[in-house]
Design a protein around this ligand. Structure first.
Ligand code: NHW
Ligand code: EN5
Length: 382
């Protein structure tokens, strides 16, 4: 059924038949093929240096015009240039893991894929992995089996560094997810969301009622909740690492990674802490990233904030996340999105999130382990 995926080291059919561990054994690096896979005629491999504004601009446009859409093609993700810079240059990133395909004639960028290094724990096993993201093939080159070549080439380059597992998420169901989660949406701007058909009025609802239903205070309720700063890195690292320990699939963040992924960047990532005594001990933490979508049949943008990592210890997670909604609204987000993973089920209903029409599947490449419910997943990919 899957001409490509059926050849890959993934669980096929039932997950339960494999012993926990690699599906094909890890190999000595010298045995990994040294030659890049051959591109179909007229195309060539090209690393994309996102630190170079011109190349970053090319990547931005490839994705803005060809990346992920919802099932009715009303919206398309529009990752900003600053976001791409953040997403693709964490500690330990490598230039040769950020690459694409160019058309030989005019050198136009027509496809892309990325890997960034990380460490995860899956059940009891700690694994060096890469996170795969931003796989994209230009609309005019679809269904020509280019994606499998990109995937094989990134696998080869990653294997060459002695890494044999990867984590990725996708809306598509492929062989075989380790977990499956759902998107939920919290309306922050009813007029706009109805206008752009992100949501609609129920037959017995009026716009006035909808506005009242989703009204929020102007300011967060919690005293002492303030933007995260450099001096909070240690405290946030401690809090986050200990919180994530209860999940069966989680990132093992270093301090440098906490600094990279969580320090605020305008229009990209917002993080807030409570350090009540001012002694560096962070007791509560919340964060969201900004991923707008272009609205395909209107000349407009949907501003969306996505729940990232959140930890509450001196208040309920629901109270913390209510403040998080208020802060996202202050940042001009039209909608606040969250997946039903980690402890998110705790607040979704109380805070008036509605179930979206999209799912997100979690995968671990070349690793067999039991499937887990979304509430055991402690990783959010961008
Ligand atoms: S998920 C977002 C993926 N991107 C998009 O949806 C953007 C819009 N779509 C496109 O650009 C986040 C194209 O449709 C793509 C497929 C490029 C998706 N993952 O070239 P063909 C990520 O970036 C399979 C994996 O003809 P196309 C995660 C499909 O099932 N495979 O199709 C990426 C079929 O295989 P099959 C996907 O439409 C993780 C084959 O591609 C897929 O022109 C990558 C058809 O290829 C998807 N999202 O291009 C895996 N969508 O066996 C990393 C379709 O069924 C693995 N396919 O015949 C790990 C590697 C590293 C390991 C290191 C140890
Ligand atoms: C790799 N890191 O489908 C990520 N979004 O629900 C790539 N739906 O926005 C994989 N269809 O439900 C990404 N409104 C996979 C997701 C792709 C994008 C996607 C969904 C997630 C989405 C919206 C708009 C639907 C438009 C028509 C949606 C209804 C919300 C409403 C809020 C109020 C209460 C009822 C529901």
């Amino acid at each position: 059924k899957h001409a490509f995926w059926d050849t890959q080291p993934m669980p096929h059919g039932s997950r339960e038949n494999h012993p926990e561990g690699p599906i094909v054994p890890n190999r000595p690096v010298e045995e990994v093929r040294s030659e890049p896979y051959t591109m179909p005629g007229g195309f060539e491999w090209s690393n994309v240096n996102v630190g170079d504004p011109a190349q970053r601009d090319e990547l931005y446009h490839l994705l803005a015009q060809n990346y992920v859409e919802d099932d009715e093609c009303l919206f398309r993700f529009e990752y900003s240039q600053e976001f791409l810079m953040w997403a693709l240059t964490p500690p330990g990133y490598r230039d040769d893991f950020l690459f694409g395909v160019r058309s030989s004639s005019n050198k136009k960028l027509v496809a892309f894929i990325s890997a960034i290094p990380a460490k995860v724990r899956a059940y009891q096993n700690e694994l060096p992995i890469v996170e795969i993201n931003f796989l994209c093939v230009h609309k005019k080159l679809r269904s020509k089996r280019l994606a499998p070549v990109l995937i094989k080439e990134i696998t080869r380059r990653v294997n060459k560094t002695g890494v044999f597992q990867a984590v990725y998420t996708a809306g598509a169901v492929l062989p075989v997810p380790v977990a499956s989660s759902r998107y939920y949406h919290r309306n922050l701007n009813p007029k706009k969301l109805v206008k752009v058909a992100f949501t609609r009025l129920n037959p017995r609802q009026t716009m006035a009622r909808m506005i009242k239903l989703y009204r929020l205070p102007e300011q967060p309720d919690t005293k002492g909740l303030r933007p995260m700063e450099e001096k909070d890195v240690e405290g946030v690292h401690k809090l986050l690492v200990s919180y994530l320990d209860k999940f069966e699939l989680k990132i093992l963040f270093t301090k440098a990674e906490v600094a990279h992924w969580l320090l605020p960047r305008e229009g990209v990532i917002n993080s807030y802490v409570i350090d009540k005594e001012g002694d560096g001990i962070v007791t509560d933490f919340c964060s969201f990233y900004h991923l707008p979508s272009s609205i395909l049949n209107q000349d407009d943008t949907l501003f969306a904030a996505y729940s990232y990592y959140n930890v509450a210890t001196t208040m309920s997670l629901t109270d913390l996340m209510r403040d998080c909604l208020i802060l996202a609204k202050q940042c001009k987000a039209d909608v606040f999105n969250a997946l039903n993973l980690m402890d998110n089920e705790e607040f979704l209903k109380d805070l008036k999130f509605g179930k979206g029409d999209g799912c997100l599947q979690y995968y671990i490449y070349n690793w067999a382990c039991p499937e887990m419910p979304p509430g055991k997943v402690g990783i959010v990919l961008l």
